[in-house]
Ligand binder design. Structure first.
Ligand code: MLT
Length: 387
């Protein structure tokens, strides 16, 4: 029996994917796995038993990835599961920025008592006129699941699309329309685009990437869209850029006390992925990834450990080891199997940065002795008996 805990409400359609071998517990200290949406885990003590954390969403800046990795806790996100919801918001944002639709709606409300409104509006409307998206250049920073969907649909508005992604995956490259021009540098994109939308995770490397230095390279009157994370944009520099007209409009899903006071901001309350469909998709994906990890030891869509798929275990036993990516670990592991007289039928080892993960399929059921010996090796973060 596995136990899981939810730090936020998680869509029932996802929870229903847990079978009778799973029990929900309120005490996270008793959980093998945690499901989370926006709750911050940075100041939490990580329970000894905890094996996995799944973020039902794309971003993961509310989870201490390295701290989890040091405890051998695998953190997952759900890339792509809410991408369509975000894509639709980005397109809405571009349309709202191209014409003053919001201003026009406000004008109609303010003139609701005017019996002559159908005439007066014909004069007033010039204040809300705008431009079309057709023939404009859209720059997409980050060609992950969301960036690809945004790029592919924006072509149909007759826009020219330019993308940059230093980490573009083969899968995403294959999903990207051939009409999208992939550039090598942000600088090239900044110089040519009329609309720029950002779709990268918030990390120490991307913090404040849209700042004065970046704005200075952009066209005058550029529109910036941020449906990724607030701290990707330097608010002080954005405020200056809006005042000077360098940035014509800033469309953001992350209002804060400074941003809401800036001129020419269109702000929504983090609605990007808040659709029924997105929440369901994220919950289903998060639960399936947790189950695959707890039941088979396979890692899909981790953000702190390598992905590792050893398939279903067809041997007598399977034991997994999360460990530091340092020399001589595998030699020490295989020595332990020799000492306890267990033969390894199959072994998969993957590394990602400072961390590695190993799945051993063995010809005997995993024993307590084997577990203890592997666990005692310096650099081992967590050992799990899967079978
Ligand atoms: C995401 O990270 O997937 C979106 O911002 C939505 C969310 O935070 O749940």
């Amino acid at each position: 029996m596995f136990q899981y805990s939810c730090l936020n409400p998680i869509s029932q359609i996802g929870i229903d994917r847990f079978d009778e071998n799973y029990k929900k517990v309120d005490d996270m200290n008793a959980a093998d796995a945690i499901l989370v949406r926006s709750a911050s885990m940075h100041d939490m003590e990580l329970p000894e038993n905890l094996c996995a954390v799944a973020r039902a969403g794309a971003g993961y800046n509310n989870i201490p990835l390295d701290k989890c990795a040091e405890h051998g806790i695998v953190v997952f996100n759900t890339p792509g599961a809410n991408a369509n919801g975000v894509r639709e918001m980005v397109i809405s944002g571009m349309l709202l920025a191209a014409r003053d639709i919001v201003g026009g709606i406000e004008w109609v409300k303010d003139n609701a008592e005017d019996d002559n409104i159908s005439k007066t509006m014909e004069k007033a409307k010039k204040d809300f006129a705008g431009t079309e998206l057709k023939d404009k250049k859209l720059g997409v920073i980050g060609l992950g699941a969301i960036g690809v969907l945004v790029s592919n649909v924006a072509r149909h508005f007759g826009m020219e699309i330019y993308g940059v992604d230093p980490y573009l995956s083969v899968n995403n490259a294959l999903s990207l329309s051939r009409d999208v021009t992939v550039l090598k540098t942000y600088e090239e994109l900044y110089q040519i685009c009329d609309y720029i939308t950002v779709h990268v995770p918030y990390t120490s490397d991307t913090e404040g990437m849209l700042n004065k230095e970046a704005f200075d390279q952009m066209k005058d009157g550029v529109v910036i869209l941020n449906f990724a994370r607030d701290l990707l944009v330097n608010d002080k520099d954005m405020s200056e850029a809006l005042k000077s007209g360098k940035v014509k409009r800033y469309v953001t899903d992350f209002p804060n006390p400074e941003v809401v006071k800036m001129p020419n901001v269109i702000a929504t309350p983090h609605l990007g992925a808040s659709t029924e469909e997105s929440e369901d998709n994220c919950a289903v994906m998060a639960v399936e990834q947790i189950r695959e990890y707890l039941e088979n030891g396979n890692i899909i869509n981790s953000v702190n450990f390598p992905n590792c798929n050893a398939g279903v275990c067809n041997t007598e036993g399977r034991i997994t080891v999360a460990h530091k990516n340092i020399p001589k670990m595998l030699t020490q592991f295989t020595n332990v199997f020799s000492e306890v007289g267990i033969n390894i039928d199959h072994m998969t080892n993957k590394s990602r940065g400072e961390y590695s993960y190993c799945v051993f399929d063995i010809d005997a059921a995993s024993s307590k002795e084997l577990y203890d010996k592997l666990n005692a090796i310096n650099g081992v973060l967590k050992v799990r008996i899967v079978k």
